[in-house]
Design a protein around this ligand. Structure first.
Ligand code: ZN
Length: 300
């Protein structure tokens, strides 16, 4: 079996028609790999994992019940063929290369779109064609121009990131305010030019937030004051508590005393030992509380 995992938090937003309350946790294909030839695949299939180079792509239109498609190695011919799938609701496009994705906009019923390893993806204005889109994941897309993001009032979950090897450099997070219904926002491997987290104040429905630890401490504390209802590592003075591994050993041991170290919130901070660096930790928390208080009670 070849299991195609979908992150838990996203899987829970895939309530497919007959799946009852059970979330979709992944797609598994028999034979150990995604499908290479559509000829013998039963036409009643609801879920399909295939390679972009699979034989018989033109037969995709015969799959009248197909709701979920996962593709590795996206090609223009595949994008063309997908437009004939009448009930497609979830689409995972992995390894996009230089293939233009605008063609998928002929799928007005699409609710969940996941795009991965899309090094050449810049413009996402075509997403405007998906009025029902609820989940959007764009990963490994270091050239993405967020300014092209259209208004998507129904979008509930967004996961956005540059990738393991490259950071997605965004001038600002401001375009995210075009997603007023957003409840889940996860930003990984990003750097924000204006350093502002202000946008979370303009996303009233936001419930879950994750951002990397590369914002200034004052900005994080200010954002925490603006949205005290949001729990996120970046909105707390300590970004990562001291941790032990499964064997009970510190994940990051202090070189002086061996105790597990913690990571304070704020860019350019270093790991601190709760014992050896206790005064630095107290100063860090005092700086955080001051910035938070100045937001709640602005100086007159
Ligand atoms: Zn120590």
């Amino acid at each position: 079996m070849y299991t195609l995992d979908i992150p838990d938090h996203l899987a829970s937003s895939f309530p497919l028609a007959d799946a009852g309350a059970a979330p979709l946790l992944g797609l598994a294909t028999a034979g150990g790999a995604p499908c290479e030839d559509l000829t013998d695949v039963p036409r009643v299939a609801k879920y399909l994992a295939l390679r972009g180079t699979a034989q018989g792509l033109r037969q995709l239109g015969e799959f009248r019940d197909l709701e979920v498609v996962w593709v590795s190695g996206v090609r223009p011919a595949l994008i063309e063929a997908l437009a004939d799938v009448p009930r497609l609701r979830a689409l995972n496009l992995y390894q996009v290369g230089r293939t233009e994705l605008g063609g998928v906009s002929r799928l007005p019923g699409l609710e969940h779109l996941l795009i991965g390893w899309a090094n050449h993806l810049t413009d996402v204005a075509w997403l405007a064609a998906f009025p029902r889109l609820r989940t959007l994941v764009v990963e490994d897309a270091p050239r993405l121009d967020l300014e092209t993001l259209p208004l998507l009032p129904k979008l509930r979950a967004l996961q956005l990131g540059g990738g393991i090897w490259k950071t997605l450099k965004l001038p600002s997070l401001a375009p995210l305010e075009r997603l007023p219904g957003l409840r889940f926002l996860s930003l990984t491997a990003i750097a924000v030019g204006d350093g502002s987290l202000d946008v979370i104040a303009r996303l009233p429905e936001l419930e879950t937030f994750w951002a990397p630890n590369n914002f200034a401490i004052e900005e994080c504390a200010r954002a925490a004051a603006i949205r005290p209802d949001l729990a996120a590592p970046v909105l707390q003075p300590i970004f990562a508590e001291a941790r032990l591994d499964t064997a009970g050993n510190p994940v990051f041991p202090c070189k002086a005393c061996g105790e597990a170290m913690l990571m304070p919130t704020g860019r350019r901070t270093s790991l601190l030992c709760p014992s050896c660096d206790s005064s630095r930790i107290r100063k860090h928390i005092a700086r955080w509380e001051l910035a938070r208080a100045q937001t709640i009670l602005p100086a007159t």
